[in-house]
Ligand binder design. Structure first.
Ligand SMILES: [Fe+2]
Ligand SMILES: [Fe+2]
Length: 500
């Protein structure tokens, strides 16, 4: 390739063609086509045409429902140029509607075998088996629906960004959620024929919070009204995305496994934005607590920072709403999805059991006689709970890291994940009145205390009152500390967004 490059320097009229040749070959992604891809899209004219027809509808959706007022902005975005984990991204200022959304799958392995469920040991599927078609389509549509939903939920946040750096991170997440939609739409178009194409259209027709045509999962119809909610959402709810994608990355349906693996590499940044965003919020709060030598909520609010008890209430809310997304603790669908090989467990390959799970059991929680009790149920039926528990362990890690910021500041306050039974709306624990510490209570006791546990209207109004727009390079809103470093080794005061 070096030689080809040198040769092309001597043949200037050929330079662009050869440069493109080099680009596609070095990256594995073909950017010369209307839809960038590494799936040889041009070899399947029917599919290519169908996706090229969907593309303008996607752009229309982006114009209508994407980040408000962002059309003229040049944003310092990363674009996937390869699926190689060692160097897949390229950074540069682009207009978001010109972002090269495309179809990128991790490399395939022709010899890959199904490694769990009733088909264990058989060859992974390159096509959709007829008997699993309806379930697979449902799984893909449900995942696909969350991607544009989060863009819709976040579309007004740019107007109140606490810095240019944060604005850029919001936009990066938004374009990548758009690409995740492309990932699912590719599968629908390629493998599900006419009904797949109809489902792909419907993904652009449902809208977050729309009364007549809402998004499929309730958490994706809620508002993301302020930046603390945004950081909590990207920490907790994008992490639900991580766990769902990890479970799908185990799938016997190989194209789904390969596409979700690449989505996971993008997802990591979203959770980083959430974790570091909350961390910087806490940093600023504890700095002001030390300046004022006070933990008085009113004094801190008067000084324009978010008090730690309010941050705890936001954690309680986002944690409990997000763990509901894993579904009912006993589910025959979960058993079917696993046994038929559609959806595995988190890190299925690292587990040492038989990967069939017949006869195994798992403990779930419910409230009986005013007490939380554990009950053994068949593990296959409890796989939603298994995934939820893995999620809970993972999400507590970030809370520990947030506590280190508080500890380092010498402040005797600790944040906590609420009890799994707190504020639940699905499964055996649905509607149970359980405190964040795991104490079962009466409706009256709950009502008397709930204001201490979940953000009140007053909390939300206070947080909203802090949300003024700060977008001069290197400047930050008063309620949040600057990040330790910039994006892609650029300085913190780099012009990440050019407003034109
Ligand atoms: Fe996503
Ligand atoms: Fe995400």
């Amino acid at each position: 390739m070096q030689q080809a490059y040198r040769w092309c320097l001597l043949q200037p009229h050929l330079a662009p063609t050869v440069a493109l040749f080099l680009e596609t070959n070095m990256s594995g992604i073909n950017y010369s086509e209307k839809i960038p891809n590494n799936v040889n899209l041009s070899e399947d004219r029917t599919l290519q045409r169908a996706l090229e027809q969907w593309q303008p509808n996607f752009i229309n959706w982006w114009d209508d429902m994407g980040p408000e007022g962002s059309t003229d902005m040049d944003v310092y975005l990363r674009t996937a140029v390869s699926v190689d984990p060692q160097g897949w991204a390229q950074f540069g200022h682009v207009k978001m509607r010109d972002y090269r959304w495309g179809v990128f799958l991790n490399p395939g392995d022709q010899e890959r075998k199904i490694h769990f469920g009733d088909h264990i040991g058989e060859k992974a599927w390159q096509d959709v088996p007829g008997e699993h078609r309806a379930n697979l389509r449902r799984i893909i549509v449900t995942q696909g629906d969350t991607e544009p939903a989060s863009v819709e939920q976040q579309r007004h946040l740019g107007l109140t960004a606490p810095s240019m750096y944060d604005l850029r991170n919001l936009f990066q997440i938004n374009v990548e959620e758009g690409r995740h939609l492309w990932a699912m739409v590719y599968l629908l178009h390629k493998y599900f024929g006419k009904d797949g194409r109809e489902e792909a259209d419907a993904l652009l027709q449902r809208n977050s919070g729309n009364e007549d045509n809402p998004r499929i999962l309730q958490a994706f119809n809620e508002k993301t009204p302020d930046w603390l909610s945004f950081f909590m959402f990207t920490y907790f709810t994008d992490r639900d995305g991580k766990f769902q994608l990890c479970a799908l990355a185990e799938s016997a349906f190989d194209p789904l496994a390969r596409t979700t693996k690449f989505m996971l590499t993008e997802e990591a940044h979203h959770m980083f934005v959430g974790e570091s965003g909350v961390s910087r919020t806490i940093q600023r709060t504890v700095d002001v607590m030390n300046e004022l030598k006070s933990d008085d909520v009113n004094k801190l609010r008067a000084a324009g920072v978010i008090d730690l008890p309010t941050i705890q209430r936001y954690i309680n809310f986002h944690f409990s709403v997000t763990i509901d997304l894993f579904g009912a603790d006993q589910s025959s669908n979960a058993a079917t999805f696993y046994s038929s090989g559609l959806k595995g467990r988190y890190e299925e390959g690292k587990r040492t059991d038989d990967h069939v799970l017949k006869g195994n059991s798992y403990k779930i929680l419910s409230v009986e006689g005013g007490k939380l009790v554990e009950k053994e149920v068949p593990m296959l039926n409890a796989l939603n709970e298994v995934l939820r528990d893995d999620y809970i362990t993972d999400s507590k890690g970030g809370i520990d890291r947030w506590n280190r910021v508080i500890e380092k500041a010498g402040i005797p306050f600790r944040l906590k994940a609420p009890h799994k039974a707190f504020h639940r709306n699905i499964g055996s624990l649905s509607g149970a009145k359980v405190s964040p510490d795991g104490e079962v209570m009466s409706d009256e006791q709950w009502m008397a205390k709930v204001g201490e546990w979940l953000p009140s209207n007053e909390d939300r109004a206070f947080v909203a009152s802090l949300m003024g727009r700060v977008v001069e390079p290197g400047k930050f809103a008063n309620w949040i500390a600057p990040p330790v470093m910039g994006i892609n080794r650029e300085p913190v005061n780099f012009d990440y967004v050019r407003f034109n």
